[in-house]
Design a protein around this ligand. Structure first.
Ligand SMILES: NC(=O)c1ccc[n+]([C@@H]2O[C@H](COP(=O)([O-])OP(=O)(O)OC[C@H]3O[C@@H](n4cnc5c(N)ncnc54)[C@H](O)[C@@H]3O)[C@@H](O)[C@H]2O)c1
Length: 277
């Protein structure tokens, strides 16, 4: 299992959306173990509190922040509250996401809105509002000189292998994850003059509650036993295993670190070799 790099994010302030469970919780734990204060920006209040408690027991104090990331007013309030408490924001990890396994021909406008609201609108406005805060943190003389000596913020967005190729049973989800790559590139260009890095990760199959839902709905659809859909999907992965949240967290931590200061606008597949472009 990838090991945390001691002190890598010492004293940094990170917002991780959807950090109450699954991959986001793994990312939050890794950033905490590496020295960051993490804001657990999570829809399910109890999970936000439990995660923040766990994080505070293994590293710097974490903050539970119950939020619906699809609501721009709530994003704005969160940024203001985080700055009041910690003074600044250094990293944003846009991990919160929702999925549906509806057959493409049956997708309803409500299905579309449900997915797009979190996976596209939530990601877009979290990037935009946090970026404004990151820019406000840059000393005026640096802005006037037109040359930033180091990175002034790291933003990592969650796309997916479903953002690399289409999905007949998650068409609106796949579209939203392609959109994440587009938003990542647009934001990387807009924020490059401020030396704010914006990248995306594209996980493959990670065993989380989201994948339990995919397995359950697809197994029922195709008359399979529980676990069989997931097993057949794992069989197609070149590295022949599902990812752990820790595998994805290691890539996110790298993209939040100084080691990636010269990387921006990229979408990194972290998928055991499913996609190679
Ligand atoms: N699990 C996988 O195999 C996989 C593969 C590729 C991409 N991804 C992406 O990785 C991210 C995390 O996935 P996961 O598998 O951990 O999912 P998950 O469903 O297990 O966890 C998602 C978290 O996001 C939170 N969330 C949902 N809507 C929210 C909202 N409106 N506001 C705030 N929080 C909200 C949920 O409450 C939950 O805690 C998602 O963006 C997902 O699309 C996952």
């Amino acid at each position: 299992m990838p090991a945390p790099v001691s002190g890598r994010h010492q004293g940094k302030i990170a917002i991780v959306t959807g950090a109450g469970q699954g991959i986001g919780r793994g990312v939050a734990k890794r950033l905490t173990q590496e020295g960051a204060h993490v804001v657990v920006a999570e829809y399910v209040e109890q999970n936000a509190r439990e995660a923040a408690e766990e994080l505070s027991s293994v590293g710097p104090e974490a903050l539970a922040y119950p939020i619906d990331i699809g609501d721009v007013a709530q994003i704005e309030k969160m940024i203001s509250d985080v700055v009041d408490k910690f003074g600044r924001i250094d990293m944003l990890v846009n991990n919160a996401g929702v999925n549906k396994t509806t057959w493409m021909l049956d997708v309803t406008p409500d299905d579309w809105d449900f997915v797009a609201r979190v996976n596209q609108k939530g990601v877009f406005f979290a990037i935009q509002r946090v970026a404004r805060q990151m820019i406000a943190q840059i000393p005026q003389e640096v802005i006037d000189s037109g040359r930033a000596p180091h990175s002034y913020g790291k933003i990592v967005n969650f796309s997916s292998v479903a953002g690399r190729s289409g999905r007949p049973y998650s068409a609106e989800y796949s579209a939203s994850k392609w959109a994440v790559i587009s938003m990542t590139q647009s934001a990387a260009l807009a924020l490059a003059p401020y030396n704010i890095n914006v990248n995306a990760v594209c996980p493959g199959l990670v065993h989380t509650p989201m994948w339990d839902y995919i397995d359950a709905t697809q197994a029922e659809r195709f008359g399979m036993k529980s676990g069989e859909w997931m097993a057949s999907s794992i069989e197609k992965i070149p590295l022949k295993r599902a990812a752990l949240p820790e595998d994805i967290a290691a890539a996110v931590s790298f993209l939040c670190s100084e080691d990636s200061d010269y990387i921006t606008g990229q979408a990194l597949n972290v998928d055991g070799g499913i996609e190679m472009n």
